[in-house]
Design a protein around this ligand. Sequence first.
Ligand SMILES: *[C@@H]1O[C@H](CO)[C@@H](O)[C@H](O)[C@H]1NC(C)=O
Length: 408
Amino acid sequence: MRGPRSAFFPIVCTLFVSCPEVNHGTGMAADSTVRFTLLHRTCKLVVLLCFLHISVTFFFYVRSLDIRFAFVQNQQSHNVSTQANRVVDLDFTSETEPKEGETKKAEPAELVPKEETGDESQAPEDEKKKAEEPEKKLEKCPETSPLLVGPLRIEFNTPVNLDQIKQMNPNVQPGGRFRPGDCVALAKVAIIIPFRRRDEHLKFWLFYLHPILQRQQLDYGVYVINQDGEAVFNRAKLLNVGYREALKDYDYECFVFSDVDLIPMDDRNIYRCFSQPRHLSVSMDKFGFRLPYNQYFGGVSSMSKEQYLKINGFPNNYWGWGGEDDDIFNRLSSRGMSISRPSGDVGKCRMIRHDRDKQNDPNPQRFDRIAHTRDTMHKDGINSLSYNVVKTERLDLFTKITVDVGKP
Ligand SMILES: *[C@@H]1O[C@H](CO)[C@@H](O)[C@H](O)[C@H]1NC(C)=O
């Protein structure tokens, strides 16, 4: 619509409009006046046509702007509530992450299923040391792990199996536990994954995350909280269960809450806690590598024990899909906390495509619920959590806790 054509027309018009002056200037006799009138009329007509053309062009231009704007709104219409939702362009340069500049940018590391990357974390020597003199005068790990490689290639075309993952991660202990052998980790991190019938996704998660977390030199454990039964899914309650159950195992100070289908594309996105609650999955392929809206806190997040307790944990009454992450955001902001995030570059991650789960339809009450977080958060949270553990399994690569969380 707005091509060379629209630029061409006004030029032609101007030429025509300027012709009376040219004629006038020559100062000819009577019959030239007739010609002049004719010319004058033609010019008027042309000017009119030009005006029409410009108006039509303008009309379509405005409409196309409108459509683009509507499209942006549409992306979030499933979600527009009391919050002002806007696609947020992430600043790909500035960053809240400490000392990112120290790690040089690398080409995407080869970490796809078919490639054997070998043992990334420790030399056998360190292992021996660890066994003989456990935790004896080990230095603290450096602030930035020297093992990080930067951007990673993540894909889900080649299936992976648990035996293969186990072989590739010989230093991961039963229950999915690990700590660096040659230094004292800066953080004790429990990774909590709410789960139900997503075994294929979990395999990819374990395949990609175990090597990453080891390179990040964390003292970590992986907890898969499996909702028992067929009732409606309750993500936030499972996260609360994970928090409580993990603390029975070890003195964790930091909790990373991760969906099973999200894989970071850069190992500089450290799965640990920060001075403010952290949102880690800031630029998901699903949302075109942008934040869907500023208050978005879904996907992968981390909180220290202190931060978590300050908001009384998470809500227990969000059954079905959506809203619980917004509730958590409301809790944090009502407690005066802000969200820390890695840069859009470091925070890239991939989501494994899948159909919507059964028994996890959008929760129709979610908009109402998130409008009342401030009033409900004191009585609904970790202080009101009740559930029954059905089974705890210490598997090779993770601890699986099957739990009955009740129903709505
Ligand atoms: C809005 O959409 C995001 C992203 O899909 C989701 O995480 C969140 O729970 C939704 N919120 C509501 C209230 O539906």
